[in-house]
Design a protein around this ligand. Sequence first.
Ligand code: DX5
Ligand code: ZN
Length: 215
Amino acid sequence: MPAPRIAPSILSADFGRLRAQVEEIIGAGASVIHIDVMDGHFVPPLSMGPPVVSALRELGAMLDVHLMVERPERQVADFASAGADQITIHAEATPHVHYALAAIRDAGCKAGLALNPGTPVGALEGVELDCAVVMTVNPGWGGQAFIPTSLEKVRRVRELVGPDVDVEVDGGVDARTAGPCAEAGATLFVAGSAIFGQADPAAAYAAIAAAAGAS
Ligand code: DX5
Ligand code: ZN
């Protein structure tokens, strides 16, 4: 299985100090930064786009871009050229999941497929993936409570995708929920409010990393 890693989500960062906050968390050991893109359609809020990805690319972390947008295949080229390392689309956001994942790989990025809490695990069948993302809250907002039934879903997803791909959990991940997620087979742990919403993000990162068995 891939080594466990924490992916701090900048959705909960202070945007006025974004670069400093990301530098601080990389200094604390983070090698992945999670960037949440929302279009006001697939999910109600609007968030950020390719310029934020390019602004962070020179900091050296792997940029994990989570597209919560309809018809994500139309956005792949722009995010890839902005510097995304991994691009995740939602199974619910396009009738062309296989095509969109292939487009991500053709653009030189790792390809992720995310499932909303109500989407069955079978949506992962028949596609080639680098990362299966189990949404452990409904997408759209940071700071929501982890949905407990997600743990069983993570187990089933790990069984389905085998040992070689990342299984990412996104939503409500903190020092309390990260351990059970790791036990269930997760290897990539997105945490927004539990890191950037805290007074000491570096200490919060360390606590989640320890709980997840990440270095
Ligand atoms: C939610 C986003 C998450 C969000 C997680 O739609 O996909 O990545 O930043 O936030 P927390 O960790 O606060 O639940
Ligand atoms: Zn996300």
